[in-house]
Design a protein around this ligand. Structure first.
Ligand SMILES: *[C@@H]1O[C@H](CO)[C@@H](O)[C@H](O)[C@H]1NC(C)=O
Ligand SMILES: *[C@@H]1O[C@H](CO)[C@@H](O)[C@H](O)[C@H]1NC(C)=O
Ligand SMILES: *[C@@H]1O[C@H](CO)[C@@H](O)[C@H](O)[C@H]1NC(C)=O
Ligand SMILES: *[C@@H]1O[C@H](CO)[C@@H](O)[C@H](O)[C@H]1NC(C)=O
Ligand SMILES: *[C@@H]1O[C@H](CO)[C@@H](O)[C@H](O)[C@H]1NC(C)=O
Ligand SMILES: *[C@@H]1O[C@H](CO)[C@@H](O)[C@H](O)[C@H]1NC(C)=O
Length: 368
């Protein structure tokens, strides 16, 4: 596994000599030529900051992801800010380097999916400011932006897009500490959740308030929310054959799961559980996620179809193994190679209390 330290360029630290420790990068809607180096070892701060230097070449990617699901799992919103071409990550609009997505799911099951390029005609740029561990970003020309607190306690995503017919905010008040693939938020942590794929989970669980108007319809709910970012220095599909990821709240537990298969069949995992604002486990071992019920072929291939749900065994250390069934209810996005759901969770430590809760989760499958 190749590990690169981030080359700290003067551009990245341009404002470091002025106020506090905030750093600003401006990224134009152009592809950088040459190497774009990934940060795969954590620094003392900047958990949610940009991780490719420079942002971005034709085959690298760096994105910021936000979501929330309603307490009864029927409504959801997912918003993503991308710095990538479709060579880096195949699900963005062709010819874009800067783009955004919103997926809004209404109570009656209606899904609105709207992608938008950072308008080339407006010579759009993206600006990301890193302050402490938090970040704030503006994708100029789209009307999409987010603001994060330096201590990661709060995030607000704001959309004001007359072009898409969307206005509103997603507010996240964190209830679970940030972490990296193999441990808590501290310096010198490994940042690769699987080879060449970086992951930093700024907000593993939050009390979310979604308040949007989408194409004239209100989308308003409260429920668990989440924010993370991924990045990589090689095309996503050159390193990922399939992956299961998700998060949710089960009784007192905030949990996040990752179970990835590389192209050579190697499995990489990350497990996270917190209770009452304290981490019980944050590790790149101690978890197994498998499809459950109908279409539960493992490893999954493109033709497998969508499983009914997932079974998760998550090692809580001295507290035992948390055994969770996740059952899909609403399909929030479906592109065959990629599916996202909301659903219910049921489980607990064997022999203990059985809790229920809601989850938002996804599957990629690229293998024929
Ligand atoms: C980024 O762009 C803003 C104007 O939008 C400018 O004030 C700032 O100096 C630029 N920062 C860097 C690091 O280029
Ligand atoms: C992007 O940068 C990576 C190094 O991090 C390099 O391996 C890759 O070849 C570059 N891509 C292009 C198209 O230059
Ligand atoms: C599934 O979602 C529907 C709305 O699409 C909701 O009415 C129903 O309560 C949900 N069922 C379960 C079991 O969560
Ligand atoms: C589910 O939650 C949404 C948002 O709070 C609400 O509009 C809807 O009425 C709820 N549905 C049920 C079946 O409780
Ligand atoms: C969480 O904290 C509350 C209040 O401090 C306490 O009553 C409760 O037992 C805690 N729950 C767990 C699972 O530790
Ligand atoms: C999880 O699903 C399995 C298989 O259907 C079932 O045997 C088990 O009782 C379920 N556990 C919980 C906690 O729902």
């Amino acid at each position: 596994m190749k590990i690169h330290k981030l080359a700290l360029t003067s551009a990245l630290y341009a404002s470091a000599s002025t106020v506090s420790c905030s750093q600003t990068i401006n990224v134009s809607n152009e592809i950088s030529l040459g190497d774009s180096i990934a940060q795969f070892v954590s620094g003392a701060s900047g958990l949610d900051g940009p991780k490719m230097d420079p942002e971005i070449n034709a085959t690298s990617f760096d994105w910021w992801y936000f979501d929330a699901v309603s307490e009864n799992n029927s409504c959801a919103v997912v918003i993503v800010f991308y710095m990538t071409t479709d060579l880096g990550f195949p699900f963005v609009l062709p010819l874009s380097t800067l783009s955004v997505d919103i997926f809004a799911t209404f109570e009656d099951g209606t899904l609105v999916f709207l992608p938008l390029n950072d308008l080339p005609l407006s010579a759009g740029t993206a600006k990301v400011v890193t302050d402490g561990d938090g970040s704030s970003g503006i994708w100029e020309g789209t009307g999409f932006e987010w603001k994060g607190a330096p201590d990661l306690s709060q995030y607000v995503v704001t959309i004001d897009s007359p072009l898409l017919g969307i206005t509103g905010t997603l507010s996240l008040n964190s209830v679970a500490p940030a972490h990296y693939p193999c441990g808590s938020n501290q310096a010198d942590q490994n940042l690769e959740v699987s080879p060449h794929v970086g992951w930093a989970n700024a907000v593993p669980d939050a009390n979310a308030i979604a308040d949007f108007t989408v194409l004239g319809r209100k989308l308003q709910f409260t429920g668990p929310g989440y924010h993370d970012k991924n990045w990589g220095d090689q095309p996503f599909t050159e390193n990922v054959a399939s992956w299961y990821w998700g998060h949710g709240r089960l009784g007192p537990y905030s949990i996040v799961w990752f179970d990835v298969l590389a192209l050579d069949g190697s499995e990489y995992v990350s497990s996270y559980a917190a209770v009452n604002g304290s981490i019980i486990t944050a590790s790149c071992s101690g978890i197994k996620v498998r499809p459950m019920g109908k279409n539960s072929q493992y490893p999954p291939v493109i033709a497998s179809g969508n499983p009914q749900g997932f079974h998760i065994d998550l090692d809580l250390g001295s507290e035992g193994i948390l055994e969770v069934n996740v059952t899909s209810n609403v399909t929030l996005a479906d592109a065959i190679l990629y599916t996202r759901w909301s659903g219910t969770m049921s489980g607990g430590v064997k022999g203990g209390i059985v809790y229920t809760g809601v989850a938002l989760y996804e599957e990629f499958k690229f293998k024929l």
